[in-house]
Design a protein around this ligand. Structure first.
Ligand code: NDP
Length: 400
């Protein structure tokens, strides 16, 4: 079917690449390009010959638009799948524009020096992508990604109007370390130490970090503490789900994680303000990342499950209705299949599916789109086929 250039070769990319190689009818040829080429080569060595997919590797600095353009012109992919960090979104979009190549990512742009993630920078590319006749698919991970597709699916099949969405992200995995993050520590800590917010009656309501706590009894997991966070899919769902009154996002955190995080914050280790240390400028959070366990190393030791999904409240045929769509994923099963834990797995699988939607032409459009703007049905089918089957409940416990 076609060629895909994957940028980045970390936790999420590794899963997406395994899945592309499994899906060799669509991904006939892939190029893995990242800052550290040895990681790309190691993955190529592991996967070459396991299917018909031809694998190439390259070194690239994705902050450098000219380097990216040269790489894209040399390989001529149908789609660029950006699995580097949110800081590289705009340079990669610039290179896609210059080469008229479709673009897919899993996280919205965030300037490195202000821990603020929002879609405005990427939405500013709408006209240029439209004029170039190419598609940018934003947010094809799990959350954003699957949670957004779940919302589009619920609206299409289960409701006339959705009024409330609660997105619940539970990771009940245990890696045995007192403190570690399940994906890039810098991105993760920036996200959880920021102020919380939710969307209500047409505007944002801001909270202190971790101010709102609830306990939820998750299917297949049990009761867990969860906390309200700001999360990027709220911003686009607020625009794309007509009649919506409130959208909240909750994530579970264990006591040990929160205690360590508080202590690290109190001593200044989570700051993104550069400081001078022995004549060299360092960013405390980046230093912290260097001493924490590499998320990729958690795979073999993490046991337990994740459960991520959305509870919808709205109306169907004039009657009140509640509906819960979720996926559960087992850390050890993921590790046995692709050598990664479930947090990378639940992001890498939808990243592959997003690229597949554009490569197969099941999703088409010229411009910049959030994932819930497309027909959810082929994506929902692909989730069942490629390792993230979804479950539904018509009588879920609600979050007060
Ligand atoms: P990792 O840190 O494990 O991997 C990032 C990769 O990008 C590394 O291979 C890194 O190279 C590479 N990279 C970083 N900077 C550059 C650069 N300038 N040029 C080229 N390559 C670069 O991160 P994750 O895999 O955990 O996360 C990947 C993305 O997925 C992030 O954007 C994250 O926010 C997103 N994500 C989305 C989720 C969702 O549900 N939507 C959930 C989890 C993550 P090197 O190996 O040299 O460090």
């Amino acid at each position: 079917m076609g060629k895909c250039l994957i940028i980045g070769c970390g936790g999420v990319a590794s899963v997406a690449i395994h899945k592309c190689v499994q899906n060799d009818e669509v991904f006939e040829e892939i190029m893995i390009a990242s800052r550290t080429k040895s990681k790309c080569d190691a993955l190529k060595d592991k996967l070459s010959g396991t299917s018909k997919t031809i694998i190439h590797t390259a070194q690239v600095d994705a902050d450098n638009v000219d380097e990216l353009i040269e790489l894209i012109n040399g390989f001529k992919p149908d789609v660029v799948l950006n699995l580097a960090l949110p800081y590289q979104d705009l340079t990669i979009m610039d290179a896609c524009l210059a080469t008229k190549t479709h673009y897919v990512d899993t996280a919205n742009y965030e300037p490195e020096d202000t821990a603020k993630f929002e879609y405005k920078w990427q939405w500013e590319y709408r006209d240029r992508f439209k004029e170039a006749g190419i598609c940018a698919l934003l947010g094809s991970g799990f959350d954003p990604g699957v949670t957004s597709v779940f919302s589009a699916y619920a609206l299409k099949h289960e409701f006339d109007e959705i009024n409330y969405i609660d997105i619940l992200d539970c990771n009940a995995g245990d890696h045995g370390y007192p403190f570690a993050t399940n994906f890039n520590p810098e991105i993760n800590i920036r996200e959880v130490s920021a102020k919380g917010s939710y969307w209500e009656d047409g505007h944002w309501v801001e909270t202190e970090p971790m101010e709102i706590k609830r306990v939820y009894d998750f299917p297949e997991i049990g009761k867990k503490d969860m906390y309200l966070l700001h999360h990027e899919e709220i911003e686009s769902l607020a625009l794309n789900i007509p009649g919506i009154k409130r959208i909240r996002f909750f994530m579970t955190f264990g006591e040990s994680y929160l205690r360590h995080l508080e202590c690290l914050e109190n001593v200044g280790m989570t700051s993104i303000e550069p400081i001078m240390y022995e004549g060299k400028e360092i960013v405390p959070l980046q230093f912290l990342k260097a001493v924490l366990p590499d998320p990729a190393s958690l795979g073999p030791r993490t046991v337990g499950k994740t459960n991520i999904g959305c509870i919808f409240i709205g109306k169907k045929d004039g009657k009140d209705k509640t509906y819960y769509l979720y996926n559960t994923c087992d850390h050890q099963e993921c590790y046995r299949e692709v050598g990664s834990q479930a947090v990378s797995y639940t992001t890498g699988v939808p990243a592959m599916i997003g690229a597949m939607m554009l490569m197969t032409g099941k999703w088409q459009g010229a411009g910049v789109f959030n994932i819930e703007e497309f027909d959810p049905d082929p994506f929902m089918d692909a989730l069942n086929k490629w390792g993230l089957p979804w479950k539904e409940s018509f009588n879920p416990d609600l979050v007060d």
